[in-house]
Design a protein around this ligand. Structure first.
Ligand code: GRF
Length: 228
């Protein structure tokens, strides 16, 4: 199979994985999803992978109770599958610095907030409590500090009167999917790197994430917020 070789780590539902598979199958994205790894045996995302004939692997924390051993097993699998990009799509486990650093610039995470706001959990309620006017999703490079690596792309939505966390999550989900596909497209069409803690695209530094446009694409090169 040709295309950007991705390994997906997930813990739950797997709607982002399903979106990647659909984008691959429709020909929208040249993707090779080489394997899916989960830390939870019951993750529906593992079934989505199996149904698509993608190797679905459980790395069970019960078997590897020490973080070091867990991460070592993950590293071994990553080494085996040789992905160009590791996509954390709802992977609810913190990875150790050694593992993260050994995949510098090759591991990305999807987070449901406008980072740097609201790292960690419960992002929608925290945005509501703060009285924010907007919320959204971010894709960033994974670095040892939680949800703090350089931002790659972001989708912004308005918070509407009467919104609850559930309503916000449901409204964001399809937009997050678009953001993921557009970001993977960016990786497949450009050289996307993490240099000196900053996003670089085709060798040029970008101080801010690329915004998702209304048509579901990232604002194209030359128009995005480039640092001169
Ligand atoms: C997404 O909302 C993502 O932002 C967060 O976890 C969720 C994963 O959803 N990190 P799914 O399992 O891909 O449906």
């Amino acid at each position: 199979m040709t295309g950007l070789r991705c390994l997906v780590l997930l813990s739950g539902r797997g709607s982002n994985l399903a979106t990647m598979i659909a984008a691959r199958d429709s020909g929208q994205l040249p993707l090779d999803i080489c394997a899916v790894i989960s830390n939870r045996s019951t993750a529906p995302g593992l079934d989505i992978a199996r149904q698509a004939d993608i190797p679905a692997i459980l790395v069970d924390p019960i078997r590897y109770p020490e973080r070091q051993d867990y991460d070592r097993q993950l590293s071994r699998l990553i080494q085996e599958w040789q992905p160009e990009l590791i996509v954390l799509a709802g992977f609810m486990r913190i990875l150790g610095a050694e593992l993260v650093n050994s995949h510098h610039g090759r591991m990305i995470n999807l987070h449901p907030s406008l980072l740097p706001k609201y790292t960690g959990l419960d992002t929608y309620n925290r945005a509501l409590t703060a009285g924010d006017s907007h919320y959204g999703a971010s894709i960033h490079f994974v670095t040892p500090a939680l949800d703090a690596g350089a931002l790659i792309s972001q989708a912004v939505l308005a918070i509407e009167p009467g919104d609850t966390a559930e309503i916000m999550a449901a409204r964001l989900q399809p937009v997050e999917h678009q953001l993921l596909v557009a970001s993977l497209e960016l990786f497949s069409q450009h050289t996307v790197e993490l240099i000196d803690d900053m996003l670089h695209i085709d060798g040029k530094p970008y101080a801010k994430p690329l915004p998702l446009a209304a048509d579901g694409r990232l604002i194209p090169a030359g128009e995005f917020n480039q640092r001169s």
